[in-house]
Write a protein that binds this ligand. Sequence first.
Ligand code: FRU
Length: 533
Amino acid sequence: PVALASYRPAIHFTPPHGFMNDPNGLIWDGKVFHLYYQYNPHGTHAGYVHWGHATSPDLYNWHDQPVAISVSEAGQAFSGSVVLDRHNRSGLFPQLPLAHQEAADLKAAIAAISGPGAASAFAQNKASQDGEGGLVAIYTRSRPHSQTQFVAWSPNQGTTYLDWPGDPVLDIASDSYRDPKVFWHEASQKWVMALVQARARKVSFYGSADLLHWRHLSDFGPAGLRGVDYECPCLVELPVAGEGTPGESQTRWVLFVSINPGAPLGGSGTQYFVGDFDGERFTPENTLLGLLDFAKDCYAMQTYNDMPSNDVPGGAAVYLAWLSNWQYCNELPTQGWRGAMTLPREMRLRRDGEGWLRLVQQPWQLERLREAPLPFRAHRLGPMERAHTPLPANLAVEIEVTVRLEQGPGSQPGRFVIAFVNRGTATMPGEELTVGVDLQTNQLWLDRSGLRGYSQPFFTGQFSEALPAGLERVELRIILDASTLEVYAQRGMCVGTALVFPANPLNGLELRAENAQVTVHEARVWPLRPTMA
Ligand code: FRU
């Protein structure tokens, strides 16, 4: 079978070695993007959790950094977030040049946490840091029977963090109280924290002016799906596409809640509520709950704090999620490493045909990685026709297809199928991974059950979502990158994310009409420039 190395994605972030789960501390600090992540550097199973770290100029080219927060006597370093305390409102950052002894103490503390490399980075960076604020992490320390929130400040632009001596900053004597996501709430001029009382299935909101004193604001939940634990809440203001006036877009607040176990498809999944946040309380505007993804491998999403603004005031809402599921994350057939992040995704809301505000998502600035498109043409596919192109080896590919579909003659349901295939070998039959649209049931589907690289009872194969009724055109955008597949349909209204483990590389792409007439308005295939060295 396959060289296992080929399971490692070319444009999705993966840890150098060891086990990775949730993204943490996502922030643009004015110079680089930080990605911290739940990390076991000592093995390929969950546990012994540190904060791993990588930095990037563009959310695609990642540079590995030393561990930023380690396991300590206070417990494992569970999920959390990072904010930029630009004006040193916390008072955590030294205002005067450090005395020689203080600097030496800090350096020793950093070396003890993250090794001599980090300590010398500290020495180099210190000069520019004095007298200003900097990055502050707010995260959970977890030990048997206790989960509490910690605040930690970085003396070296995010390379390492030092716990505040007053920690824990929040302690309610609970063993299921975690995952603080903190952001600056401009309207009420304070930091807001969302965190979970996991077993009570509640999201609690707190407010603070200095990151050290927190006032309880309100609680939300249980709501929508219950499951066993609520985890990794994320509250974010999103623009409503096409509504409002130029320069002033309509917005809504959206609350995302990750659930594990007990997601509708099994194991982990993420629900969201659309509503309003007045600085104290989140109020959903209806009882509808949305699901972030129609497949199984998109969990613990978190948005970037302080995104640079381009066309969106306040910066685009861009998130990363863990591309896995607690049902099988510890057993995946990768070697030496486990866990991948999704591509960075930008979110908005759009009103669907029935008037509901729905989440829409697109990969963020992926166009930058496109190489010359493959010479692939397809205009019209009659009832049993197919168009085929070989795919380049070891590269991520992006496919964009827009088609019009009509039922063909005969009673068999008409379908349009995009298939990633291989012919197999003398000892191994061919495989295929498909994404398709079924005309009779109006469903978009994703089917990984034709792959043979991995099987496990919970690693189910088929996922689907109903497309908006009465579709004129089907618009699909698909990214296949080694063991990851992302599907964005109808300009991001239906998104599916799946781990995929073929036994042999998928080296062909087919567009097929099955009992359908397919008019191809557009079909383009781009190899994507690798960004993960
Ligand atoms: C979510 C989660 C969080 C926790 C972390 C531990 O996947 O269970 O609730 O902080 O992972 O690694």
